[in-house]
Design a protein around this ligand. Structure first.
Ligand SMILES: *Cc1c(COP(=O)(O)O)cnc(C)c1O
Length: 444
């Protein structure tokens, strides 16, 4: 039998992977709870919910059963002109849990498409109303996905550089910080809205947590300030909760935690509990009404082959049914461990900017003499990643930003083990005096 690795090396192209430098991909044969199992049976603790999607735990039996049952009943049907219980019921269940006023659900396939839909709805909303508005406003350090509209709204950098000439311009506001006082973001937004609110279609933000941009936590007050100003000037607010949805930051949705209602919210990642790809863009009824009428040109001409896939919707319903007291208790336990264990790392000379928001905990790694260059290509994160994998923990720092974002069903012991491994890596760094990678050769 040809091994998984041989086939993979011969034919597969992996995401965010420099194949000329990376070690071969680790074959995983099964998973349960917070554990991934390698072919030989070795467990690896998934400290990052497999790129932030695994909400409860891997292979959760309730979601697995819902998927199996749905697959045998109705696996797929065209979603233009047809509907089915999983999609209709899921829409109702999402609306019931979302902040009041978000009532119409448009399905797509992933976080990037949920953002594309939001941007296209916002632009066409103004066009359908006969008051075309063309500008999109986004934040510094933003990440909204890898398709062209999502990339355009995201911060420009190493991810987007090869496509720079094909990205549309957005108005960029300074990134919001953790402190509410004298927010540059709000001051810049004020100037922008006074100059020309009538040309601005929408402001897009990742509420409370700019994730891929470096796990940057920002303040509720600034989010409320953005909502208050956009509402006052009649500008749409898009909340990209692709990561923050379903309790990741504590409350069910980060917007709800801040007590605001956006005009459009984007959901994906944890939506199906991390089992299947599914995106949802939920809008206020007034936006939907701007498309409904007798003029076919005002139709939202957007859809994907798998829009509203019944199996994905069934997985999402099962995942939502699990979001109750147990989830709340697990989240509180995770946050408690984050607080206790992160505090122990605080005195280390390489550790900066400790932060916790719900189930996310992060810090920056910086050489004590300031030699680290930071950013996504900083090798220190890859060194930690290699070290942790060796020790049976999946960590994937964003450059020099180390974070954990475990699934809710992780045990206290497993989470403790993640921190032990981070502490071992830091101890080894602490002993080094020379600059450069801590683990020679493991820079891929
Ligand atoms: C991951 C992410 C996306 C993109 O989602 P994909 O499913 O990877 O396309 C968009 N926005 C935010 C905030 C994300 O974290």
């Amino acid at each position: 039998m040809t091994s998984i690795t041989e086939l993979d090396l011969a034919h597969v192209w992996h995401p965010y992977t420099q194949h000329g430098l990376s070690p071969h991909a680790v074959p995983i044969v099964r998973a349960q709870g917070a554990l991934l199992y390698e072919a030989g049976g070795r467990p690896i603790i998934d400290a990052i919910s497999s790129w932030w999607v695994t909400l409860h735990g891997h292979a959760h039996p309730v979601i697995a059963a819902a998927i199996a049952a749905q697959a045998e009943r109705l696996e797929q049907v065209i979603f233009a002109g047809f509907t089915h219980e999983p999609a209709a019921a899921l829409a109702a269940e999402l609306v019931a849990r979302l902040p009041d006023g978000l009532t119409r659900v448009f399905y797509s396939d992933n976080g990037s498409t949920a953002v594309e839909v939001a941007l296209k709805v916002a632009l066409q909303y103004w066009s359908n109303r006969g008051q075309p508005r063309t500008r999109i406003v986004a934040l510094e350090h933003a990440y909204h996905g890898d398709t062209f509209g999502a990339m355009s709204s995201s911060a420009r950098g190493v991810f987007t550089a090869p496509f720079a000439t094909h990205l549309f311009d957005v108005v960029r506001l300074p990134g919001p910080g953790p402190d509410p006082g004298d927010s540059e973001t709000l001051a810049a937004l004020d100037r922008l809205l006074e100059d020309g609110a009538s040309s601005i279609a929408a402001v897009i933000v990742e509420p409370r947590l700019q994730a891929a941009g470096g796990m940057r936590v920002w303040h509720d007050d600034v989010l409320r300030g953005i909502r208050e100003r956009t509402a006052r000037h009649g500008v749409l607010l898009i909340a990209d909760e692709v990561l923050t949805g379903f309790g990741r930051t504590g409350p069910m949705f980060a917007c709800a935690g801040a007590g605001i209602v956006p005009d459009i919210i984007c959901l994906s990642k944890g939506l199906t509990g991390g089992f299947l790809p599914l995106g949802a863009t939920v809008v206020r009824e007034e936006l939907f009404e701007a498309f409904r009428g007798t003029d076919r040109r005002q139709t939202f001409f957007h859809g994907h082959s798998f829009t509203g896939n019944p199996i994905a919707c069934a997985a999402a319903r099962a995942s939502l049914s699990l979001c109750g007291d147990r989830c709340d208790a697990r989240r509180a336990a995770i946050e408690g461990t984050h607080r206790a264990r992160l505090a122990q790392l605080a005195g280390h000379p390489w550790v900066r900017n400790l932060r916790i928001l719900g189930t996310m905990a992060a810090f920056d790694l910086e050489h004590p003499d300031g030699a680290g260059f930071g950013g996504y290509l900083d090798p220190i994160g890859r060194n930690l990643s290699a070290f942790a994998l060796e020790a049976g923990v999946l960590l994937r720092p964003l450059g020099n930003v180390v974070y954990t974002l475990p699934p809710y069903e992780i045990t206290d012991e497993q989470l403790g083990r993640i921190y032990d491994v981070i502490a071992e890596f830091l101890a080894q760094l602490g002993n080094r005096t020379a600059r450069g990678p801590a683990t020679a050769g493991a820079t891929a």
